[in-house]
Design a protein around this ligand. Structure first.
Ligand code: ATP
Ligand code: MG
Ligand code: MG
Length: 552
């Protein structure tokens, strides 16, 4: 069920194998360890690992760790865990761009010696200013024509730590009038006096993405370097470095990144959501991160299915989050055991049921999968039902319980409402009273009479109490950037994305369920045990409701 089918990337690979450009397939997934993986990364993971599997090839995990101030080992471990959880395996091929720092340095000296790179003393602002624009050519740096000897000397002293941060760069010497702005003497190294999470204080010059990425691909023998569309304009530079060095040439292919409605995907914004307290952390079930989705109750199978369904294209688009929800519903419908839970309880007292008696009713665990068997649900005189399932004055087309009306209790009996008990002061309904028909056990009347509604319930004396967290979208608009002028995306944050129900009542079969256990609460949706649960009290997250907005 991984990422099959054909698309322009797979077609290009088939072409390359046919033409003999490559005789095998070797891809890589190259995260920067500066944040947690999100559903967009899952698309790239499914693509890279999936293609390797389909073509009998390999896929490396490579940490693109060229930016010491933003990166951390904590992220490295989290990223590995998330990829494994998604169901993919890099085996013994976990690499780091930082493993190649020495090789990259040697290659940089080679380019200097060839007259293809120079040390530049312009500040970052000046470099930007000299670069020109799409319509205007750039200007050459006054340092562009330094001799090879001077460049080598300065570059070695940059490495030795003689110069302050930001004072110098190493730049490729290409063409300041090149129509592609990225080819106008791009920066290869910058001075950063900061320890790196793996190389410590060994380096104070760090390669840029453009200088590190293609060479890392080449060192690892990557055949197809699959990346997102914004790198299409970097491809000429990718190819330029490889050609100038005369090293093995992988092929870069770009695809459109995943965007989803009602959420944000950039790591910078996700970090803001965490730091500014809009969510409880990177694994908050509202986050589009892999760990957020996992905590929410998503399965790896559903995420992989989603990635396969969205496919890959060359055009940026936005995927409806309803499709992601559809995928988890489909998966859980097949797999999640059903239980009964009451979120907003009201007491239902069966006046003609014997006091103190308990009987056990047989309930089917999953009508979609008979092999999941049945369970015994305790039933007694006092039950809880949803507040919503009773109306003293029923509106038109309301068929659930109301005075004089008969309904079916799921897996149980027909009950007929006889009246209510109210708080004499407030008028609030405290109890709904009813009688049951013992002949309707199992849900059918021998005399053939019908009821129009079936409602769920739990036995008050037997149920467990749990906290239930209901989630709504993080944003109030499909496009979080759709804001009035002068405001930013945070103006669209949904203030009601979390609703906590402190004391839901759930049938006792859920007792002791470990974190991560998934259920369907009948009529309410799919729910998953949260790690915040204690032996005394379970906490559930609603993964998704039952109502499918996609299949409609
Ligand atoms: P951000 O812009 O949020 O910082 P990034 O692309 O810099 O994300 P990386 O860690 O560099 O994050 O990404 C690792 C890989 O995942 C890259 O190959 C990148 O192209 C891919 N990727 C990241 N975001 C998406 C997305 N939304 N859809 C598809 N692929 C993505
Ligand atoms: Mg980034
Ligand atoms: Mg990146």
């Amino acid at each position: 069920d991984s990422c099959e089918g054909t698309d322009f990337i797979r077609e290009a690979i088939i072409e390359d194998l046919k033409s003999g450009r490559f005789d095998h397939v070797h891809t890589r997934f190259p995260p920067e360890p500066n944040g947690y993986l999100h559903i967009g990364h899952a698309k790239s993971i499914c693509l890279n690992f999936g293609i390797a599997q389909e073509f009998g090839g390999k896929c490396n995990l490579r940490f693109d760790d060229t930016n010491p101030t933003k990166e951390d080992t904590e992220y490295v471990e989290a990223i590995k865990e998330d990829i494994r959880w998604l169901g993919f395996d890099w085996e013994d091929r976990c690499y780091y761009a930082s493993d190649y720092f020495e090789q990259l340095y040697q290659w940089a000296e080679e380019l200097i010696k060839k007259g293809k790179a120079y040390v530049c003393d312009l500040s970052p602002d000046e470099i930007r200013e000299y670069r020109g624009t799409l319509t205007e050519p750039g200007r050459e740096s006054p340092y562009r024509n330094r001799s090879v000897e001077e460049n080598l000397d300065l570059f070695r002293r940059m490495r030795a730590g003689e110069f302050p941060e930001g004072s110098r760069t190493l730049r490729a010497k290409i063409d300041m009038a090149h129509p592609n702005v990225l080819m106008r003497d791009p920066v290869m190294y910058r001075i950063i006096h900061a320890p790196h999470h793996r190389t410590g204080n060994k380096w104070c010059i760090y390669p840029t993405y453009d200088w590190a990425h293609g060479q890392s691909d080449s060192i690892e023998g990557i055949t197809h370097s699959i990346c997102t569309l914004e790198f299409e304009v970097h491809r000429p530079l990718y190819e330029w470095f490889i050609k100038e060095l005369g090293i093995y040439a992988p092929r870069q292919i770009e695809f459109a990144r995943l965007n989803l409605t009602y959420t944000v995907m950039s790591k910078r914004r996700l970090l803001q959501l965490v730091q500014e307290g809009y969510v409880r952390g990177w694994d908050d079930p509202r986050m589009p991160t892999i760990r957020g989705l996992r905590r929410r109750g998503y399965t790896p199978e559903a995420i992989r299915d989603f990635c396969q369904r969205i496919g890959v294209s060359k055009y940026d688009g936005v995927v409806d989050i309803a499709l992601l929800e559809h995928c988890i519903r489909e998966d859980l419908n097949k797999r999640a055991p059903r239980v009964m839970a009451v979120l907003r309880p009201i007491k239902l007292v069966i006046d003609n049921y014997p006091d103190g008696q308990t009987e056990y009713l047989e309930a089917v665990n999953n009508p979609e999968d008979p092999s999941m068997g049945t369970r015994q649900v305790p039933f007694s005189k006092v039950l809880y039902i949803e507040e919503d399932d009773f109306r003293e004055v029923p509106p038109p087309k309301y068929y659930r319980l109301s005075p004089g009306r008969e309904v079916r209790l799921r897996w149980g009996y027909f009950v007929k409402c006889t009246g209510v008990v109210k708080d004499p002061q407030t008028g609030r309904i405290l109890e709904v009273h009813c009688t049951y028909d013992p002949a309707t056990k199992g849900g059918n009347a021998p005399d053939g009479r019908k009821v129009k509604a079936t409602i769920h319930w739990v036995s008050a004396a037997h149920c467990v109490e749990a906290e239930v967290r209901l989630y709504d979208y993080l944003f109030t608009k499909p496009d979080p950037d759709d804001v009035p002028e002068g405001m930013d995306w945070r103006a669209n944050i949904n203030p009601n994305s979390l609703e906590v129900i402190p004391n839901a009542k759930i049938e006792p079969s859920v007792q002791g369920a470990p974190a991560g256990t998934r259920y369907q609460f009948e009529r309410l949706g799919y729910f998953c045990v949260d790690p915040d649960s204690t032996p005394e009290k379970l906490v559930f997250n609603r993964t998704v409701t039952l109502k499918d907005e996609w299949a409609k």
